[in-house]
Design a protein around this ligand. Structure first.
Ligand code: NAD
Ligand code: TYD
Length: 350
């Protein structure tokens, strides 16, 4: 039986990946290592927590001694690394936290696998999950390919870029078997409501202002989170050693168009007069260093590994809205306590 460590498995994407692997691969033992920061929530995994091939370990990837000890004890066969600080706005408020978790945490994992796999890397794999934000910002033309140079602008993307470089450096220098993927913006169930889509669904439901940064003309390429998890599955099993794969939905939206779609769907679901939710749109001070446009060219993944997104955006966003409307207890739990003070600080002066 292979033992696979998934880091950050209690977060948004990690929980979807853990669920997919635990259900699809009974022959793998899945160990989910997570610090349970504000973004990590074991309630994201209640449906699989009792499964025989699943285990949760609470721990911090920044703690090098703990990580090395865990790796020596458990002798993992593979690692899929998602644990990270993931929100751009928080990286503007507290950049150092992003260096610790995203850079040092990643290097700690690399050092630990170097230690336990030093004699034999046969069948082993370290898979680093990254973002398209490392490539910087596009104008109205073009797309990010795997060959696009790195040009990060936010502390978040700079920390992810740095961690990507370390992963590749450990491949080139120490021969570690690594693979990297860079994905566009994800959406779906279990996303913490600091990110655009769940934040706005929650605000629309509660008749709260919708704080649109700048003019709402920034463009993001949205991918359904379960399609990202499927892509990770394919790349983990079939991706080439040392290679990079871009993952994206070919699904670009300006923020304001996307927000208007959400408003229309929610008016209908909540039986409000058409146009009611759009009145909540409030233009606020722009995010510092706000990247204009992200768009991923995922031709390589589609052609080499036969992955395509399974869901059209119109269907995905409706499913997502339905999920948040049905899971009010989840939303209430994650928005109680610290969330309120985060929200106040983040939006009060905008
Ligand atoms: P998330 O913030 O929802 O989850 C991150 C998880 O990591 C949480 O469970 C948290 O508790 C855990 N964590 C944080 N610091 C830790 C530490 N020091 N030790 C152990 N665990 C720790 O993030 P997400 O949106 O699920 O993103 C997961 C990964 O995918 C990240 O690496 C992110 O950069 C990448 N990514 C995200 C997106 C997106 O749209 N959300 C897109 C592309 C790539
Ligand atoms: P976000 O979900 O934070 O993802 P990212 O910054 O990683 O792409 O934001 C998506 C887009 O929505 C981005 O252009 C910023 C914008 N945005 C707002 O306009 N208002 C908000 O309150 C938030 C959180 C984001």
């Amino acid at each position: 039986m292979k033992t696979i460590l998934i880091t950050g498995g209690a977060g948004f994407i990690g929980s979807h990946l853990v669920r997919l692997f635990v259900n699809k691969y009974p022959e793998y033992k899945i160990v989910n290592l997570d610090k349970l920061t504000y973004a990590g929530n074991l309630a994201n995994l209640t449906d699989i927590e009792g499964k025989a091939n699943y285990e949760f370990v609470k721990g911090d990837i920044v703690d090098a001694d703990f990580i090395l000890k865990l790796f020596i004890e458990r002798q993992f066969d593979a690692v899929i690394h998602l644990a990270a600080e993931s929100h751009v706005d928080r990286s503007i408020t507290n950049p150092t936290e992003f260096v610790f978790t995203n850079v040092i945490g990643t290097v700690n994992l690399l050092n630990a696998i170097r230690h336990i796999w030093k004699d034999n890397t046969e069948g082993k794999r370290f898979y680093h999950i990254s973002t398209d934000e490392v490539y910087g910002s596009l104008g109205s033309e073009g797309m990010f390919t795997e060959k696009t140079g790195y040009d990060p602008h936010s502390p978040y993307s700079a920390s992810k870029a740095s961690s990507d470089h370390f992963v590749r450096a450990y491949h080139d220098t120490f021969g570690l078997p690594v693979v990297v993927s860079n994905c566009s913006n994800n959406y779906g169930s279990f996303q913490f409501p600091e990110k655009l889509i769940p934040l706005f669904i929650n605000n629309i439901k509660n008749n709260k202002a919708l704080p649109v940064y700048g003019e709402g003309l920034n463009i993001r390429d949205w991918l359904w989170v379960e399609d990202h998890a499927r892509a990770i599955d394919v790349i983990f099993h079939q991706g080439k050693d040392g290679d990079t794969y871009n993952i994206g939905g070919h699904n670009e939206w300006t923020n304001i168009d996307l927000i208007k779609v959400m408003c229309r769907i929610m008016d209908s679901k909540l039986r409000r007069e058409p146009g009611t939710s759009e009145k909540l749109i409030t233009y606020v001070k722009d995010r510092a260093g706000h990247d204009l446009r992200y768009a991923i060219d995922s031709t390589k993944l589609q052609q080499e590994l036969n992955w395509v997104p399974s869901l059209q955006f119109e269907e995905g966003i409706e499913k997502t809205i339905d999920w948040y409307l049905a899971n009010t207890e989840w939303m209430e739990n994650v928005t109680s306590g610290d969330y309120q003070s985060y929200y106040q600080k983040q939006y009060q002066n905008r």
